[in-house]
Design a protein around this ligand. Structure first.
Ligand code: F0G
Length: 404
């Protein structure tokens, strides 16, 4: 486990592990792993233990023996045959990140980030969040015995996520503003030394999140799909997947990186707009809006990294309407018995749209990373589901309802 932190933009080496941006140019940071000791070895000689984030310890920049872990990762990869048939693709797998300890993929990054916070001697951790990051951070901070502060956009956080952050004992602060504004505030607090920032601009977070790609490769027996499709919000997860796959290519375990496809909500689509114009940077969307509140983000902190991941893999970015998201969420539930939150359903909606447009082909094998659990956002589910029927405690009356 040897690594350096480097600026993604100017390439400078950064020694201070407490930073979340380059002290020279203000750019995004990234961890560069030294994989020379792994190159040429076989996976079976390097990886050990049950499936989960820490199985991949030789690829992680944190001491695994001191991990703050709640057994994150090791999530199912569902082979969705009925859905594939309906969508019109050869194979459609869903990587079900809702099975993580707090119900989203954020736990993969938080086990790394909070372990690093402890290693660095930090006492208080914090984040801005559309919900899931705060739920996850609150749980891992509790496990580590650290103070936790979370900033949430007022009135725009799904109920399950809010309940989790409150339950795990974080100081929950509702910000009169959107996620982008909350992130600016918490970044300032981090700069002033009040807390260790655990948003995904923290370079250690994507290091944990990249393990989802490792699991997909192992679960598919090293037979790579044509595309991996992810929802894009603050835009770090698609970068994390790109980084993980690039590392396995570097050590010779895979020979290519599949196309990475990012899906945004049409009211919060700066990365998609940049992709459509062939640009490597994006223009923020001022008033992002979508029912998929997890990805209701107009100024994605890792947007440039996401665009690199997309261009380097011959992938693409697209956007879907709220209506498409709800339809895809229902379809996944109805055909496969798999419940995901709206942002996650955006990945499936993206596949449907791209199949119709001809950017995904009939013979393609695709994997959708479904990032969060259905129960995160019960309000949206209930709003769009069939109504509950009411009856007296009488078999006759219930029979009448069944038959009607
Ligand atoms: N899916 C879900 C369920 C999310 O919660 C998020 C991000 C994403 C997708 C997008 O991932 O930001 O790496 O592009 N949620 C963050 C949060 C912003 O605060 O919980 P991304």
């Amino acid at each position: 486990m040897s690594y350096v932190i480097r600026c993604f933009e100017c390439g400078a080496k950064v020694e201070n592990e407490l930073l979340d941006s380059c002290p020279r140019c203000g750019g995004l940071l990234s961890v560069e792993m030294d994989l020379s000791r792994i190159r040429g070895k076989r996976p079976g000689d390097v990886l050990s233990g049950r499936m989960g984030v820490w199985r991949y310890a030789p690829f992680l920049p944190v001491d695994a023996t001191k991990a703050i872990s709640i057994q994150e990762g090791g999530t199912p990869l569902y082979d969705c045959r009925a859905l594939a048939k309906e969508v019109g693709v050869e194979r459609l797998h869903v990587k079900y990140e809702g099975a993580n300890p707090t119900g989203s993929f954020k736990d993969r990054g938080m086990t790394l980030g909070v372990s690093k916070a402890v290693e660095l001697g930090c006492k208080v951790v914090g984040c801005a969040s559309t919900g899931n990051t705060s739920a996850s951070l609150a749980a891992y901070a509790a496990k580590a015995g650290l103070g936790c502060v979370v900033l949430l956009p007022s009135g725009k956080v799904a109920l399950g996520k809010l309940a989790q952050a409150m339950f795990f004992g974080a100081k929950v602060i509702s910000i009169d503003g959107n996620f982008d504004e909350a992130l600016n505030v918490v970044r300032q607090l981090a700069r002033e030394g009040h807390l260790y920032l655990l948003n995904s601009i923290n370079p250690f977070r994507p290091e944990g999140q990249k393990t989802v790609a490792f699991e997909i490769v192992e679960q598919l027996d090293y037979k790579l799909p044509d595309a991996i499709v992810l929802p894009v919000g603050n835009a770090a997860n698609i970068w994390a997947v790109y980084k993980g796959l690039s590392e396995w290519k570097e050590v010779g375990w895979i020979d290519r990186v599949p196309r990475l496809i990012g899906v945004q909500a049409s009211g919060s689509n700066p990365v998609t707009q940049a992709f459509r114009e062939g640009k490597r940077d994006f223009v923020p969307v001022d008033h992002p809006e979508t029912l998929a509140t997890a990805i209701r983000i107009g100024n994605p902190a890792s947007g440039k990294k996401a665009l690199k991941a997309i261009y380097d893999t011959g992938g693409l970015a697209t956007d879907v309407t709220d209506e498409e998201i709800v339809q895809a969420q229902k379809l996944l539930g109805k055909r496969e018995g798999v419940g995901v939150e709206p942002a996650s359903a955006a990945a499936v909606a993206g596949v449907i749209r791209l199949r119709n447009e001809g950017s995904i082909l009939k013979g393609d094998k695709v994997v959708c990373v479904c990032t969060g659990n259905l129960l995160k956002d019960p309000d949206t589910v209930i709003k769009h589901a069939a109504k509950v029927l009411q009856a007296k405690a009488s078999a006759e009356e219930v029979k009448r309802l069944i038959l009607s």
